[in-house]
Ligand binder design. Sequence first.
Ligand code: MN
Length: 321
Amino acid sequence: MSNLDLTPTLTTCGGLADVAPLPVAEVFTGREVLLGEATNVRRLLPNLGRRMVGPWCFVDHYGPDDIADAAGMQVPPHPHIGLQTVSWLLSGEVRHRDSLGSDQVLTPGTLGLMTSGHGISHAEHSPVTHPRFLHGVQLWVALPDGVRTAGPSWEFHEHLPAFSDAGMSATVVMGELAGERSPGKAYSPIVGADIVLDAGADVALPLEREFEHGVLMMSGDADIEGTELSVGSMIYLGCGRRQLRLRTSSPARLMLLGGEPFGEKIVMWWNFVGRSDEEITLARDQWEANAARFGDVRGAGNRLSAPELPPGRLLPGGSAR
Ligand code: MN
């Protein structure tokens, strides 16, 4: 998926100044963003109050949408730098094609993990014949220096580790949780897990105390460490927690996101994560000039044009809040 916002703003984030070193409970709701022609998403990160949770720097939640009589997701070829995209579906199918030649239909329970490194382009479409409902998340992970300028790659994982407890089952999508490790390649300490709660669940998951954590409610609602969280909302939990207590009286499904606080200041604009205004401007100009850096997504339609950069310059290292 792409940031198709026609007037994206420059965002500085990362750096330890914004990290809550001790447990907190900040709840925020998503901002509605139209993606392509028809898909409405709720953007949870970045937002005005919170930009990152560990290395997670972008969180979109979409659906469940009834697309029985619609084209569904229609995201034309667009570029990325400096990040990984984590595509995770709860319902439906999305066809991923990229400039490496990858062509893969993602289904619920499978992980599509694209590492953009120095540059890649991809397209995401609902297959022409598709299931009735589309429901999922699109997440970005900021890449650290040393990796962010390396070559791009695509991973598809059909089998992810899972574990269960009374009233709870968890799938480890990225990183490690409760001793289970995702096969998805990560470049900084991270956790991302899909957690299904049955009605009446009351469970505690072990957390890395040094990590920042957050929870996105993907369906239903639940009590997260004493705070009621409803579908489409996210809670930022800070660092310093050894466990995460989850309780619910009705079925719920959530995504646990966390990781080591990301110490590098990043600059985000459109589909790019960099470290400076100059880097972002260069990437934009190269995409517009059809530079080899971003390759070609064959057979996926016309490329998406980059929006205009906002006037003025971004001062790197500025406060994120
Ligand atoms: Mn994308």
